[in-house]
Design a protein around this ligand. Structure first.
Ligand SMILES: C[S@@+](CC[C@H](N)C(=O)[O-])C[C@H]1O[C@@H](n2cnc3c(N)ncnc32)[C@H](O)[C@@H]1O
Length: 405
């Protein structure tokens, strides 16, 4: 057992409070307070060292999103071979060894508490793990005051088989997504962009993605894996696109081969990486240097309907995008309505203008006998035999508004 007991003892919440609030500690812990009093953040850098010690040197509330892929505490005993007797390249590294569950829990509590301090009030965290550790992590997250938003199953398209045939194939990992606290209300979740990219269906909590193989897998000059648990970039891309925006700061306290940094750079986010092993950090640095950021237009989140300015149909009429007297039809041409000068519409009944007048929504609902209707998508204009929803006119109106700003 190495370092962990000491770390767990020094990185609890008491230490954090003293670091940020008391003067006398300044003399005792100069390295911590230099960074706190001079909050120049180490953007796009990999800080080598124990993550808990490194976190203590960062100012409070400085990151927008955390991705953490901590040691799994796999407790592997002996070697594992395939049916052809070749050895399985498992995770048997020193960084994954803990003397007991208690030891692992103390470590987990210490790094999660240190992370929580550096999270902005609206920041969120993703922690990935397997059955070996994720339940312990989940309990500790809740004990520390984090608020769990989802657990996401990463369903592996190409999992490693269970060579001994004594258990089910272990084909998934679990990610807990949590807010800093139950009071966190304005966290980033790019709901509409995710939905638009998912065939207009809500993004679900089961993600089917392959494990990292092929050209993406970092190898040394002997062809061996540089890191035993390199995560796929597609997984990190989905996380960053879901829960951060361009320009946000993403922290990864267990940086490994730098997957988070590579994806952050490509997607226009900043990163802070913490990694204890200098060789991994060196490989990560070279990897990230080779990444080309995507053009801004390709990464900016599609504007959400909720954040777009409201437009009244009367404004569209006033702007001359449609004229009073024009006829609207539904997609199947079952109903007809006439546009009126004040931005209301009147429903046609058997070809004559009836006395039923109201908003595009109300008249759309009335025509169908439904309680509600979105008039922007229900009503269409007809031009040269082609139908186009009123929504197109609303978008055109918004575009002219933006151009005029
Ligand atoms: C599961 S791996 C992360 C792999 C990474 N997500 C990737 O895609 O390459 C965990 C990493 O955390 C590092 N690590 C373990 N304990 C640490 C600690 N106390 N402080 C900083 N890094 C640590 C290990 O060296 C290892 O690279």
């Amino acid at each position: 057992m190495f370092m962990r007991i000491a770390r767990a003892g020094t990185a609890g919440s008491k230490t954090q409070i003293k670091v940020t609030r008391t003067e006398p500690l300044r003399a005792r812990r100069p390295a911590v307070l230099t960074a706190v009093s001079n909050p120049v953040l180490p953007f796009n850098q990999i800080l080598i060292g124990d993550c808990i010690e490194r976190l203590e040197r960062l100012p409070a509330a400085c990151v927008d999103l955390v991705f953490a892929d901590p040691p799994y505490n796999l407790q592997l005993e002996g070697t594992l071979s395939r049916p052809d007797q070749s050895l399985v390249d498992g995770v048997d590294d020193a960084w994954d060894k803990f003397s007991s569950f208690g030891d692992y829990d103390a470590f987990t509590r210490a790094w999660l508490a240190a992370i929580r301090r550096v999270m902005k009030p609206d920041a969120t965290i993703f922690v990935i793990g397997s059955y070996h550790n994720i339940f312990r992590v989940g309990t500790i997250l809740q004990d520390l005051g984090f608020w769990i938003l989802n657990d996401i199953v990463w369903h592996k398209a190409n999992p490693m088989p269970n060579f001994r045939g004594r258990r089910f194939t272990n084909a998934h990992e679990t990610m807990i997504w949590a807010a800093r606290s139950a009071d966190t209300k304005a966290y980033t979740f790019n709901y509409e962009a995710l939905k638009a990219g998912n065939e207009d269906c809500q993004m679900r909590s089961d993600w089917f993605l392959p494990i990292c193989t092929g050209a993406e897998r970092l190898k040394n000059d002997k062809g061996a894996k540089v890191h035993p648990t390199q995560k796929p970039e597609a997984l990190l891309a989905r996380i960053l696109l879901s829960a951060s925006n361009v320009g946000d700061v993403v922290l990864d306290p267990f940086f490994g081969s730098g997957t988070t940094g590579a994806v952050a750079k490509r997607l226009g986010r900043s990163f802070i990486g913490l990694e204890r092993d200098a060789a991994y950090a060196k490989a990560a640095k070279a990897r990230i240097a080779a990444v080309e950021p995507l053009p801004e237009g390709a990464v900016a989140i599609a504007p959400s309907k909720r954040t777009q300015p409201r437009v009244a149909f009367a404004e569209v009429v006033e702007a001359g995008l449609i004229a009073a007297g024009d006829i609207l039809v539904d997609e199947k041409k079952r109903y007809r309505a006439m546009v009126r000068a004040d931005g209301t519409v009147s429903l046609f009944d058997n070809g004559s203008s009836a006395a039923i007048v109201g908003s595009i929504h109300k008249i759309g609902a009335l025509a169908q006998g439904l309680p509600a209707c979105n008039g922007w998508t229900f009503w269409h204009t007809e031009n040269g035999g082609k139908l186009a929803p009123l929504d197109n006119l609303r978008n055109a109106f918004r575009a002219t508004m933006q151009a005029a700003e």
